[in-house]
Ligand binder design. Structure first.
Ligand SMILES: [Ca+2]
Ligand SMILES: [Ca+2]
Length: 189
């Protein structure tokens, strides 16, 4: 009888240990996944912010006054000032482009649509609508004072440009995990 009780206790302890280990592994996987999405979001926002900081504010096209927004920005870097005026870099564009009806990517292009075009994809996981926003209903559903904004949205307030980015990837459990960040920047010139 004692042997049976000891054996039962041993089995129960083993099951408990297995459960704890499994829960720990799941938490570790979830943590790594969240960190990956967060890294992708931060890297994308930082790249956009750095590019726009060097732009000539007078040669900026795209960002709208709230509650409107745009999915793109076109600009030219200010390289310096000569007697003849501001010397600009080539035209650059940062734009959301669809890959499916619900998802898309952020593409940076230099000299867009010309023979000299260069392009780099900065994120491949940007949804067509911003986190917790319902598209095309003329309402600000997520309380950020912008109506029907996309996963990439540019707004402006005087000399300030606001960059709004949502990155969304699907976890191992099949659930979509969106993360969003807004960054305010001032064009240097
Ligand atoms: Ca909104
Ligand atoms: Ca809406």
């Amino acid at each position: 009888m004692e042997v049976l009780i000891s054996f039962t206790i041993l089995v129960l302890i083993s099951i408990n240990i297995a459960m704890v280990l499994r829960a720990g592994r799941a938490a570790a996987v979830t943590g790594t996944f969240a960190a990956r999405v967060s890294n992708e979001l931060n890297q994308t926002v930082d790249r956009i912010a750095l590019a726009l900081m060097g732009a000539d504010a007078a040669a900026l096209d795209g960002p709208q006054l709230k509650p409107l927004s745009s999915e793109y920005v076109r600009f030219q870097a200010c390289l310096g000032v000569e007697e003849s005026g501001v010397v600009h870099g080539p035209v650059e564009e940062i734009k959301w482009a669809p890959t499916t009806p619900e998802a898309g990517k952020i593409v940076w292009r230099e000299n867009p649509s010309s023979a000299q075009e260069r392009r780099v994809v900065w994120s491949t996981a940007v949804p067509s609508t911003y986190m917790h926003e319902v598209p095309n209903n003329g309402t600000d559903d997520n309380g950020n004072a912008i109506e029907d904004e996309a996963g990439l949205a540019f707004t402006m307030d005087g000399p300030r440009v606001d960059i709004h980015v949502t990155v969304e990837r699907v976890g191992h459990d099949g659930r979509a995990r969106p993360m969003q960040r807004t960054q305010h920047i001032y064009c240097r010139n």
